[in-house]
Design a protein around this ligand. Structure first.
Ligand SMILES: Nc1ncnc2c1ncn2[C@@H]1O[C@H](COP(=O)(O)OP(=O)(O)O)[C@@H](O)[C@H]1O
Ligand SMILES: [Mg+2]
Ligand SMILES: [Zn+2]
Length: 347
């Protein structure tokens, strides 16, 4: 699986520019903060970054070991290797689901008070931190206030709101925002170079644009593309036709229906399925509508459309969906919806 093979293992390999820079700064600073909160959706690199962090502070060959000025972990020394394989006695990685209770937290705190065995720091990586119970968090508060010198905590969460403010305020926050298209693009380059595959750059652009702002999704799409021996942009568009909704919804933000009409033409010519496209578009529009109305949703698409425009598009696409069955030419219902959307948008 590409997404295991190409999990970033060094700071330099973190394709998320903002995170790479902030991690680099933190690890090069004179005084290392002892508690961190990694916030972001799934697949944004929280776990990968936490492991790089744990390796960096325990590596036997970098600036932390007094060798050179770079905090980059070597990934070859005993400590790095043990952390990589999950066998280091000093680095604990667990789902808070498993350590959510107070008794378990007390065990952890007791253990944390002992000096590290092979490394310089005991590192506790607590994933899904919002699952930790209130009493368990309370038990931890004092330790967080004055942690033993050799202890580092990394809390990772997809849901910051559920982490008590008293904890958040004691942590250095690292934001794992949605992956930027250029960052995804550079990750794809990194993988194709390592795999020695030579893909049309237009295919890589397409994947980066359609990966839902997720490194993990992009990695999976690339793997499928290579496995399916896809070599042209048309093929990749057809293969991932379902996910092209993002591109199509973007055309609704243009000044005229022309780019959208052209897009539909290409989509159908490439063998795209309009029924699935409309379903997917409606899904995204609905998420966008909810998000813009203040209802929290997992991953609403970014859009400059207003609530009114979104609602209009939803109505027109729903009509188009109904018309599909009797349409002599598959593109027609979508084309009508698009043109009417632009007529309605002007009013
Ligand atoms: N910053 C990044 N740069 C490159 N690839 C990344 C990055 N973040 C995540 N990935 C890819 O996504 C996969 C999942 O990342 P992971 O660290 O497990 O995310 P999370 O813990 O936030 O769910 C990784 O194995 C890697 O393939
Ligand atoms: Mg994770
Ligand atoms: Zn090392």
């Amino acid at each position: 699986m590409f997404y295991h093979t190409y999990r970033p293992r060094t700071i330099a390999e973190l394709d998320n520019t903002a995170v790479r820079e902030s991690l680099g700064k933190i690890l090069s600073s004179n005084k290392l903060p002892q508690a961190y909160l990694f916030v972001g959706q799934k697949g944004m690199g929280k776990t990968s970054t936490a492991r790089i962090f744990a390796k960096a502070v325990n590596c036997l060959e970098n600036s932390f070991a007094g060798k050179g000025h770079s905090p980059e972990p070597c990934n070859a020394c005993e400590n790095c290797r043990a952390i990589e394989t999950g066998t280091s006695p000093d680095v604990t990685e667990q789902d808070a689901g498993a350590r959510g209770l107070k008794e378990e937290m007390l065990d952890l705190i007791r253990e944390a008070s002992y000096a590290p065995i092979t490394g310089r720091y005991r590192v506790y990586i607590l994933d899904e931190a919002h699952m930790i119970s209130k009493p368990a968090f309370n038990a931890l508060l004092k330790t967080l206030e004055e942690p033993p010198k050799h202890v580092l905590f990394i809390f990772a969460t997809t849901n910051e709101e559920k982490v008590p403010a008293t904890i958040v305020s004691r942590c250095v926050r690292v934001n794992f925002g949605k992956a930027m298209v250029p960052d995804i693009r550079s990750m794809l380059n990194r993988i194709t170079t390592a795999e020695r595959v030579d893909l049309d750059p237009a295919i890589l652009d397409f994947i980066a644009d359609n990966a839902d702002y997720s490194f993990r999704d992009a990695t999976k799409m690339l793997e499928e593309t290579i496995m399916q021996k896809i070599t042209t942009l048309e093929e990749v568009q057809r293969y991932f036709g379902l996910r092209s909704r993002h591109l199509f919804l973007k055309t609704l933000e243009q000044k005229s229906p022309e780019p959208g009409l052209r897009w539909i033409r290409q989509f159908i010519a490439a063998g795209g399925n309009s029924k699935l496209l409309i379903e997917e578009c409606l899904n995204s529009l609905q998420e966008a509508l909810l998000a813009k109305s203040g209802v929290p949703v997992e991953s609403a698409p970014e859009t400059t459309l207003s609530i009114k425009e979104i609602a209009l598009a939803m109505r027109l696409f729903t009509d188009a969906y109904g018309m599909l069955r009797n349409a002599p030419i598959e593109a027609i219902p979508l084309e009508i919806a698009l043109v009417e959307f632009y007529n309605g948008k002007k009013l």
